[in-house]
Design a protein around this ligand. Structure first.
Ligand code: GLA
Length: 370
């Protein structure tokens, strides 16, 4: 009896320590949209309690940063690895978060074996689609009822709105996209299904995406929303460009999600916008100006940029269902390595010391009352 009481007391202490009730980012926007975060393996396995506490305090939606991508979850033809995924959905359940699956079909982070036969020749359409459908059945099937929304297809379009010449497209044409959504719906009819891409603020790219999305809808294929990856810079894209994207997607009859939000404060070599992972440059001091701390000017610009962005999101809260940050804190951001490796970037709302950027938080709090 005493033992049980002690156990109960201990559990209560642990539980309340993990449930900080200070106001978080998510609480500012509960009436507007979910506030999400992309999480990694360490975070879902609970190895870093301070990070877990921040996730719990600030976010009510989760996305898996890398752990459910094909190369991770299905590295070999006959081998699936669900270690991350199982821990991920368990965390989503524990937090009561709106839990996203990312992503079933993409041209990156997918092993080459997927596309070729035993002799190394590119597969035919039927064989490739059947491999893809099988993957969707296994992965979306395992998490049926646990994942609330899936990024079914990621980044299938070029900047001019034409289809990206990926192996998927080369072999199956745009049918691969339709087949992926059909299968995902068949496997988990209750899950929401999304198409996700970067630079959706570009009118030409968006036109291609929306043409297909409307065509799919007309054919009775479920597609609920379009994810606008928010890999933005301080000055680009303009708020008008982003707003136009939000409005057009909503007018076409789809939910809008700002997925993968971050703001790159470092200089970019050449004209590299968005998140084309094929682009990568070597590091140099010229491109890593804030190795020892961000300048006050850039910190102020970052804070203004987030204020402007959230003001825009708040204005369109009737159209936007979710705003997801791509990473928990600056030290964990992929932008420390893209498009230049090993830099010190400051793209998120939580810094590398796990401190919330209080000035930005205060401004967002003011906006959230609008
Ligand atoms: C794209 C993908 C994400 C992620 C980022 C970079 O935006 O959708 O999964 O890989 O690139 O981290």
């Amino acid at each position: 009896m005493l033992k049980n009481t002690l156990l109960l007391i201990c559990l209560t202490i642990v539980f309340s320590a993990q449930k900080p009730n200070e106001e978080g980012l998510k609480d500012l926007f509960t009436d507007s949209f979910y506030i999400g975060v992309a999480v990694n393996g360490q975070q879902v396995s609970g190895k870093v309690p301070e990070e877990l506490a921040l996730i719990e305090r600030h976010f009510n939606s989760l996305s898996p940063e890398n752990g459910l991508k094909w190369e991770k979850v299905h590295p070999e033809m006959d081998r699936y690895d669900f270690e991350f995924g199982d821990a991920y959905v368990a965390l989503g359940e524990k937090l009561g978060a709106f839990t996203i699956g990312h992503c079933l079909v993409w041209h990156q982070q997918v092993p080459n074996w997927v596309f070729v036969d035993e002799a190394g020749r590119l597969l035919g359409k039927e064989a490739l689609l059947s491999r893809m459908e099988d993957h969707i059945a296994q992965v979306a099937g395992r998490y049926k009822g646990k994942i609330d929304g899936w990024d079914v297809v990621n980044e299938a379009f070029n900047e001019d709105g034409s289809y990206r010449e990926s192996n998927w497209y080369k072999v199956a044409g745009k049918d691969f996209i339709k087949a992926a959504f059909r299968k995902a719906h068949e496997v988990d009819p209750a899950a929401e299904l999304y198409y996700n891409d970067y630079n959706v603020w570009k009118a030409s790219k968006r036109a291609g995406i929306l043409t297909l999305a409307k065509e799919m809808k007309a054919e009775g294929i479920q597609i609920d929303g379009i994810g606008m990856q928010g890999h933005y810079m301080l000055e680009s894209p303009s708020l008008e460009q982003i707003e136009q994207g939000i409005i057009e997607i909503a007018e076409a009859g789809f939910q809008v999600m700002i997925t993968e939000l971050d703001v790159d404060v470092l200089p970019r070599p050449g004209n590299t916008q968005g998140a084309d992972l094929n682009i990568n440059f070597a590091n140099s001091p010229k491109y890593n100006p804030f190795a020892n701390g961000i300048s006050p000017e850039s910190a102020a610009k970052l804070s203004q940029r987030y204020t402007d962005l959230f003001q825009l999101f708040q204005k369109h809260k009737d159209k936007i269902s979710r705003v997801t940050f791509w990473g928990l804190h600056d030290g964990r951001s992929w932008l420390n390595n893209f498009p230049v490796r090993s830099r010190t970037n400051y793209p998120l709302l939580i810094d590398r010391d796990l401190k919330v950027k209080e000035d930005v938080f205060a401004k967002l709090k003011a906006i959230s009352k609008d």
